[in-house]
Write a protein that binds this ligand. Structure first.
Ligand code: SF4
Ligand code: SF4
Length: 295
């Protein structure tokens, strides 16, 4: 099973729109499985017309740990307070003992290691859920959601990909399409790891190009081949030219250019991929697929 990942350095550049339409078109020719790897803001399901209630099952997941204090063992040395880099430990003067803020704790374990009295342990916490749905476009869809205020979305993404891979193999899927989170953090790294090809979508603005370059450095680290799609290219043709020049300089293929059109917004509002909502746009996405180095 080949893994095709779609990412964008900057949020709001049209990644979900691209993922939804490519998934629909790919599913017409191949057996595919789709993963929404944006556990912080999972929207691909909505773009495909899927709500939480449409999922066959939701499984609560524990991919993170939090520090917990055994007050009886604590002697108030304050070593844990000094070592926490996340501001997750306060101090209770009355008791002369630390107070752990579970919202801020990243589960790094430093306090546990430094405590001379073995008074701190890490416990697993439920920090999200992962679900499977049947989309109406002929493929299975796996999505995950990070609990509000929780940490560990990168690990949830790894779990989503794991589940998608296992299910994909069972279903004999030829392609896994993964919709990555935006940015360059843990969820993105977890999304692109093991990919065979990455499509990076951007728009003609300085911030989008800047974020694109950062995201591409992450992709290059993993030596994964990639290409660029410019969304809303006609809103700033001069800047689109700059992106094309950048691509030419570094020999990066431009896979396609998507124009600005209100129908894209209407498609999202109507919870349909644009290639389903307005067939006039299908050739743009078909052309992008034809240029992919993944068959
Ligand atoms: S586990 Fe890490 S983040 Fe959490 S309280 Fe301890 S030192 Fe701070
Ligand atoms: S390091 Fe251990 S003993 Fe010292 S204050 Fe923290 S929990 Fe208590």
């Amino acid at each position: 099973m080949k893994v095709l990942t779609i990412l964008s350095g900057k949020g709001g550049t049209g990644k979900t729109t691209l993922s939804a339409s490519l998934a629909v078109l790919l599913a017409k020719k191949k057996k595919i499985i789709v993963a929404d790897c944006d556990a912080d803001a999972p929207n691909l399901g909505l773009a495909l017309g899927l709500f939480d209630k449409n999922f066959l099952s939701w499984q609560k997941v524990q991919t993170n740990e939090k520090a917990v204090l055994d007050e009886k063992k604590c002697e108030g040395c304050k070593k844990c307070l000094e070592v926490c880099n996340f501001g997750a430990i306060g101090w209770n003067n009355k008791k002369n003992k630390p107070i752990f803020n579970s919202m801020l704790c990243e589960g790094c374990g430093s306090c546990m290691l430094i405590c001379p009295n073995n008074a701190i342990k890490l416990v697993k916490v439920k920090n999200g859920k992962v679900g499977i749905a049947n989309s109406k476009y002929g493929f299975k869809f796996i999505s995950g959601q990070l609990k509000v205020g929780a940490t560990g979305s990168g690990k949830i993404v790894s779990l989503i990909k794991d589940k998608t891979e296992k299910l994909g193999k069972k279903e004999k899927a030829e392609i896994m399409l993964a919709d990555s989170a935006a940015g360059v953090g843990c969820p993105v790294i977890a999304s692109i790891q093991g990919s065979d090809y990455v499509i990076a979508i951007t728009e003609p603005t300085p911030s989008a190009l800047n974020d694109l370059k950062r995201a591409l450095r992450t992709v290059e680290h993993f030596r994964i081949p990639y290409g660029i799609v410019i969304n809303k290219w006609d809103l700033n043709k001069n800047f689109s030219k700059k992106i094309e020049e950048f691509a030419e300089k570094y020999k990066i293929p431009i896979l396609g250019k998507i124009p600005y059109d209100k129908q894209f917004v209407n498609a999202l509002v109507n919870l349909k991929p644009i290639v389903v909502f307005d067939k006039r746009f299908e050739p743009i996405f078909t052309k992008i697929l034809s240029k992919l180095k993944i068959k």
